[in-house]
Design a protein around this ligand. Structure first.
Ligand SMILES: *Cc1c(COP(=O)(O)O)cnc(C)c1O
Length: 400
């Protein structure tokens, strides 16, 4: 059995719960199928990766076309797909320049290195501390897991990387209290994803921007999960009318293929010189060609407006469930199509029931159900998902 071979040959880092194990062998749009041909609505979306859904034609076409030209050369040479993608990103964002890598953690690692270098160059002093938020998630490399303000990800890997301080999310005073002459940057997610879908307040982000300006330090937004149209704007910071000095992307950028990017303004970019940072696969031609196609789709007239409208519709539907189950559901929150429903308990049981009944969702801890459907999910699919969720709530909390 393949499942047993998975347990035998693959290092045991993912908790593949026995009630949830599934081989996904095929996908189209919001739908996926397992090896027995059973159909599921996919509201996990590859954890915010599959922004255009499965088997998206623009993604497939771009990949095949580029594969026939060149799959990999080296960053020693110029690369047309890379340059075009960088231009597209710069022309549609606060950034002036881009560094390409392969994952979210790597993009954040680049942001951390750049901030340290910039701090030292700009101030000719030992400025290296970065303040991040509690309950954040920034990745699994040693530096990014240190930046992640959650002990559960750090335990056992000590000593952690020096130079990180933590403050409470959405609490400006808490960040002010951690600031010192050693601070070179502040890094936050505009919407905390892995932490359970907590949206930054306007005052918090405006305040952080001002704090960074006053102290001449860099503001970094980790948009690995909330960027690329997920919140209904191309980048989540656009909702707030402010601009970061550095922001990072990954997940949805490559339409399912691995890519990460660190984007920054000219000022921050001056921190890096040739030789300071590199990545062998970074900006791979095939992935960059696909990412251009993803950008192109998201920037189509009306696409992002639809994300906002469908996100609002989804949240309304969930609020109706909350009215029906007031003792069970404590909160609905989110922005665009990153949405969470918090339950008092039994999240894993709900998740399991949903899967049995053809709906894939994510569960964080005991009670936070997170939904990350493709951005081109239909209203009918949202209604169908909420129906399954409602049956799950009825079934699991029967009589309570
Ligand atoms: C997923 C995620 C990361 C890490 O990305 P990887 O590609 O898994 O390294 C970093 N930051 C945020 C906000 C994420 O959601």
């Amino acid at each position: 059995m393949l499942k047993e071979e998975d347990r035998k040959f693959i290092i045991n880092t993912y908790n593949r719960r026995a009630d949830l194990t599934l081989f996904i062998t095929k996908g189209k749009g919001t739908l996926v199928w397992d090896e027995n041909g059973k159909e599921y609505l996919d509201f996990v979306g590859g954890l915010a990766v599959n922004a255009l859904g499965h088997a998206s034609s623009p993604v497939i076409d771009a990949a095949l076309k580029q594969m026939k030209k060149i799959i990999h050369a080296s960053n020693l040479y110029y690369s047309e797909p890379q340059i075009k993608l960088a231009r597209q990103l710069v022309e549609n964002s606060a950034a002036d320049r881009v560094f390409f890598c392969n994952s979210g953690a790597e993009a954040n690692e680049a942001a951390i290195k750049l901030s340290r270098k910039f701090g030292k160059l700009q101030h000719d002093a030992d400025k290296f501390e970065i303040i991040t938020a509690l309950n954040s998630f920034h990745g699994r490399t040693l530096a990014t897991v240190t930046a992640t303000g959650q002990e559960k990800y750090q335990k056992g890997f000590e000593p952690l990387v020096p130079g990180f301080r933590y403050a409470r999310f959405n609490d400006l005073d808490s960040f002010k209290a951690q600031l010192s002459d050693a601070t070179c940057a502040i890094m936050v997610e505009p919407v905390q994803g892995e932490g359970g879908v907590y949206v930054a307040t306007q005052d918090f982000l405006t305040g952080l921007r001002r704090l960074c300006d006053e102290n001449d330090i860099l503001l970094i937004f980790d948009e690995v999960q909330c960027g690329m149209g997920r919140t209904g704007k191309l980048f989540a910071y656009e909702h707030y009318g402010i601009q970061p000095d550095i922001f990072t992307l990954a997940k949805a950028l490559g339409g399912g293929l691995p890519i990460g990017a660190m984007l920054c303004n000219e000022k921050a970019a001056s921190g890096f010189s040739p030789g300071d940072h590199a990545s062998t696969f970074g900006g791979n031609p095939v992935v960059c060609a696909v990412a251009q196609a993803v950008m192109h789709e998201i920037l189509q007239e009306g696409f992002l407006g639809d994300v906002i409208a469908k996100g609002a519709f989804f949240q309304e539907e969930l609020h109706l469930l909350k009215k029906r189950f007031p003792k069970i559901i404590s909160e609905i929150r989110g922005k665009g199509l990153i949405v969470a429903m918090e339950l008092k308990e039994k999240g894993p049981a709900i998740q399991s029931f949903c899967q049995e009944n053809g709906l894939l969702i994510n569960c964080i801890g005991e009670g936070i159900l997170r939904f990350l459907p493709p951005l081109n999910v239909s209203r009918e699919e949202i209604v169908a998902a909420v129906d399954i969720l409602q049956s799950a709530l009825q079934e699991v909390f029967d009589g309570e």
